[in-house]
Design a protein around this ligand. Structure first.
Ligand SMILES: *Cc1c(COP(=O)(O)O)cnc(C)c1O
Ligand SMILES: [Zn+2]
Length: 398
């Protein structure tokens, strides 16, 4: 069997898997891991197994180190008949990624990257993020005993830094163009042998494939019609698409779902290029949305998402902050408290059903990417009624 390689998503130029810089030299586009062939699921008791172990045949991570885990993945896929009924649809299911170790799907990619880093003898990891990615990388760096560097914007408020700092990484606040920091960190990493786990590096995309793998297993290999993904850098959407693709090539499923990549209207560089039928994204000026986790104004995998949907894999669309808040509230009414970015798929489902894009016979899976407790500042948009009582008149308050 051929070894795993990296290849450019645009020009197909090949690179060794161990290359630290995740972008193509001549064209600057993201690299992706190319698997040597079909795989099978390592079906042993999932309660005694790690995520990487179960899907080892689909990941460039052998030998598997079963100690390098915080228990990522294996998240619930929950059906909501009530929401389906309200939307007039056959079936809507929620893949609840808030039950990951640091409460977002980021842990899947981080686990894969840390595995890769340790296997190749790297002792330093890093990331550019102030949100879920930073917390995830800091937690896995602590678990694996690696030196961990987190670059955050100098404008970051302390409340957002503390939940990263608790894991003990080296945090560096950086002033200047935050978008340029992504590229700067990559060359810094190459020079200093720091494995930067940024938004769309190849092994992070590999980790996100496991979302697709689990959905297939949880649906007994019946494929949903649509998978709706909140999209920022594009790394997670690329991973989910790649996962379904590889299960199909391995004969585990017989068709692909259609993918709906959703951006917040206030920061929608990919959607804007898609609507204008451009094949390259432009930086989005004055980005502003309540869904901070998907507020990347110049997504590093934006062009690749355009290529994928352009090849017929799906569409890119947007939702407004008002639609996002309504969906967050609707999800909470079902028992899911997710952050605004993670409410984006339901907001899109409501919108696309109203416009007739989704039909009543469709089965839809929404990826709930992260927990609501990560962003409690959202409460300023809510007013919750609270009743008051004394011990004496408590019964009257019921
Ligand atoms: C990172 C993140 C996203 C966006 O994922 P990308 O891979 O950057 O497109 C969506 N939702 C949440 C909660 C996230 O943390
Ligand atoms: Zn290239």
């Amino acid at each position: 069997m051929e070894p795993w390689m990296l290849a450019c998503t645009y020009c197909q130029r090949k690179y060794p898997l161990d290359r630290l810089n995740p972008r193509c030299e001549p064209c600057g586009e993201p690299l992706e891991a190319i698997s040597p062939g079909p795989g099978t699921i390592n079906k042993v008791n999932p309660l005694t197994q790690t995520l990487v172990d179960r899907y080892a045949a689909f990941l460039p991570l052998s030998p598997v180190d079963r100690d390098l885990t915080l228990g990522e993945g294996f998240t619930p896929l929950v059906r909501s008949d009530r929401i389906a009924h309200r939307l007039g649809m056959k079936s809507i299911l929620f893949k609840n990624e808030s039950s990951n170790p640091t409460w977002s799907f980021k842990d899947r990619g981080t686990a894969a990257c840390v595995h890769h880093a340790v296997a190749r003898g790297v002792t330093k990891i890093g990331t550019v993020s102030s949100g879920n990615m930073a917390a995830s990388v800091a937690a896995y760096g602590a678990m694996a005993g690696l030196d961990t560097y987190v670059f955050v914007s100098a404008r970051m408020p302390k409340e957002k830094i503390n939940p990263i700092a608790i894991y003990g990484p080296t945090i560096i606040t950086v002033s200047g163009d935050y978008g340029a920091l992504y590229y700067e960190s990559l060359s810094l990493g190459e020079r200093n042998d720091i494995y930067f786990i940024n938004s769309d590096v190849p092994l992070r995309v590999e980790g996100s494939k496991t979302i697709a793998f689990e959905i297939c297993e949880q649906m007994s290999f019946a494929v949903p019609d649509y998978v709706i993904i909140p999209t920022s850098s594009g790394g997670n959407a690329r991973g989910i698409m790649k996962g379904f693709d590889e299960f199909k090539r391995s004969g585990l499923i017989d068709r692909l779902p259609s993918f709906i990549c959703v951006q917040a209207e206030g920061c929608s560089p990919i959607a804007r290029a898609y609507t204008a039928q451009h094949d390259r994204i432009e930086p989005y000026l004055h980005a502003e949305t309540i869904a901070h986790a998907i507020e990347n104004p110049y997504p590093p995998s934006g062009n690749e998402i355009l290529r994928q949907v352009g090849a017929g894999k799906g569409i890119v669309t947007t939702v407004t902050d008002a639609e996002i808040l309504a969906a967050q509230s609707d999800l909470a009414a079902e028992g899911f408290f997710v952050q605004p970015a993670a409410a984006v798929p339901l907001a899109a489902a409501v919108n696309l059903r109203r416009r007739g894009y989704l039909s009543e016979t469709d089965t839809v899976v929404c990826i709930l990417t992260g927990s609501g407790l990560k962003y409690t500042a959202v409460f300023e948009h809510y007013r919750f009624p609270v009743r008051e009582a004394t011990l004496e008149n408590l019964e009257d308050a019921l």
